[in-house]
Design a protein around this ligand. Structure first.
Ligand code: COA
Length: 199
């Protein structure tokens, strides 16, 4: 069994690296893959994953399982999707039309979605067929360092989550969250303050 596990892990690592390299992702050292992520990068956009980050795309490797592989996508030319060092992603979906930046040491729980745009105009006639981009649909997302986002949360456009903050499971975050704070619910609301990470 251990041998089989080693073979599967080696296969995942080779596949993960190949998928990222084929998509033109800039990878730090010792990025780990469990299962195969889905990665698509539009021309003239960037995706980077920092050293020692772990991308889980297979339910065998995380207690809660994952409902989809980790998905990293840029959607428009000029977009930036940046994942820092020592970040853990479990079946996370991260889509950047402008910019999504995830800082060092973040824990992105099972099946979290993070996106910086609405994908469709909100007004009806344009919603289905418009090819026009309305600036109000887009706003960058910044997840600062050491943030923990609970399982199945959704982080919407324009949100900054301050360093060391925690987002409760199943939250929908539509407004920015200060540092060292716990927020939860839909829409996410203040729960309590946390002490800063000791130096
Ligand atoms: C956010 C969390 C860490 C807070 O834990 P905590 O500090 O022990 O908070 P408590 O359980 O004391 O709850 C405090 C308040 O927040 C509310 N709350 C906690 N988590 C919540 C959530 N996910 N959604 C909505 N409200 C929540 C509680 O109902 C409680 O409200 P009340 O004071 O009105 O009764 C925890 O509730 C949570 O969501 N954990 C799951 C993390 C996760 O997803 N891990 C897996 C990652 S793969």
């Amino acid at each position: 069994m251990q041998i089989l596990q080693k073979v599967l892990s080696a296969r995942d690592q080779v596949m993960g690296l190949a998928i990222c390299r084929a998509a033109g992702v800039s990878l730090g050292t010792r990025v780990r893959f469990h299962g195969s992520p889905i990665v698509t990068r539009v021309e003239h956009s960037t995706i980077s994953v920092g050293a020692r980050s772990v991308l889980i795309s297979d339910s065998r490797y995380t207690a809660l399982g994952v409902r989809s592989p980790t998905i990293l996508r840029t959607l428009m030319r000029g977009a930036h999707l940046r994942i820092g060092e020592d970040v853990g992603l479990s079946g996370a979906v991260v889509c950047a039309a402008l910019a999504v930046v995830i800082g060092n040491g973040c824990l992105i729980g099972a099946d979290v979605m993070i996106f910086d745009n609405d994908f469709h105009p909100v007004d009806h006639p344009a919603r289905r067929y418009s090819t026009q981009d309305d600036a109000s649909q887009f706003a960058p997302v910044v997840i600062e360092s050491n943030v923990f986002i609970g399982a199945r949360s959704i982080i919407c456009k324009g949100v900054t989550i301050g360093q060391n903050s925690v987002i409760g499971a199943g939250s929908v975050v539509t407004r920015s969250v200060p540092e060292n704070s716990v927020y939860a619910g839909s829409p996410a609301k203040f729960i309590r303050k946390l002490g800063p990470i000791p130096a």
